[in-house]
Design a protein around this ligand. Structure first.
Ligand SMILES: NC(=O)c1ccc[n+]([C@@H]2O[C@H](COP(=O)([O-])OP(=O)(O)OC[C@H]3O[C@@H](n4cnc5c(N)ncnc54)[C@H](OP(=O)(O)O)[C@@H]3O)[C@@H](O)[C@H]2O)c1
Length: 261
């Protein structure tokens, strides 16, 4: 059994007591289950979007090409918690291929939490891919517990077999219109979205002003020059994102949550 690294709250309400699972769940929550807060859906036409990344102190998105070198046990705990809380997990084709995503299954404890809260046992995987060049035998697609969705564009040519394992949703002709994609996800009842990147998708979502929340783990590491940032691609206007909480892990990592009203 893994011994959990303690996580404590620093701000806005400091506590020296380590947060147990239910306290940690309350720190992140789902907007529709948190009656103390005003409804914070993404708006009448689209789902609410939370983005989760891990970075080094000097802003690197990877160590040796992967996020794993940045992610300690407390980050993984929050990573799994955020998956438990969402209706759909949105990931770019690039990150799904590179990070070798596995089928989106949750352990029994988390499935039980979802059942208790009237949610399907597992969230839906949503892959954003302009090319639709996704391997239908990729385990995250072929062995998915819930039929995945691919947000793509009309001009894409999907490989044979992809439509057998996923719903292909065309949003735009020459590029994937992410606002249209999020509106379609909402139409399907997928209201609370978690995006795990990668940087090009995050950059495009920021440029389209679709990011409602960012959960950021700062690992106590200097990665040095070389790796990119957690965002990439097209430029965007600067946007204000208020800080909502600061949690500290005993391994020296910080778990930050930023969200707009
Ligand atoms: N530190 C972290 O928390 C974290 C999280 C995630 C990823 N990463 C790292 O980030 C790196 C991957 O980054 P990346 O540059 O490949 O970025 P990415 O955003 O993961 O992938 C880019 C690819 O995803 C698809 N895509 C992304 N945005 C799209 C959009 N708006 N419209 C249509 N398609 C879109 C395209 O795939 P198609 O070719 O299929 O069209 C594009 O080629 C890896 O090293 C990974 O380890 C780190």
């Amino acid at each position: 059994m893994t011994v959990e690294t303690p996580i404590t709250a620093l701000w806005p309400a400091p506590s020296s007591m380590p947060l147990d699972d239910s306290a940690l769940t309350a720190c992140y929550g789902r907007t529709d289950l948190n009656s103390a807060e005003a409804p914070r859906t993404g708006g009448p036409d689209r789902s609410r979007l939370r983005v989760n990344f891990v970075t080094s102190v000097d802003g690197a998105v990877t160590v040796d090409g992967y996020s794993a070198g940045l992610s300690g046990e407390p980050d993984k705990r929050v990573f799994r918690l955020l998956r438990m809380l969402c209706d759909a997990l949105v990931v770019a084709g690039g990150t799904m291929r590179h990070e070798r995503y596995r089928p989106l299954r949750l352990d029994e404890r988390r499935r039980a939490w979802r059942r208790e809260h009237g949610l399907p046992e597992c969230p839906t995987l949503v892959v954003v891919s302009g090319s639709a060049n996704l391997d239908p035998t990729h385990p995250a697609l072929a062995d998915a517990p819930v039929r995945p969705i691919v947000l793509t564009r009309t001009a894409a040519t999907a490989p044979p077999g992809l439509a057998d394992v996923a719903d292909l949703v065309e949003c735009g002709d020459d590029r994937v219109d992410l606002a249209t994609g999020l509106a379609e996800l909402r139409r399907r009842g997928l209201d609370q979205l978690l995006c795990e990147g990668g940087p090009h998708l995050f950059g495009a979502l920021t440029a389209a002003d679709l990011v409602d929340e960012v959960c950021l783990t700062v690992a106590p590491l200097l990665a040095g020059a070389g790796p990119g940032r957690i965002t990439a691609g097209e430029p965007s206007p600067v946007r204000h994102l208020p800080l909502r909480h600061v949690l500290a892990a005993a391994d020296g990592g910080l778990l930050l949550r930023y969200a707009r009203d």
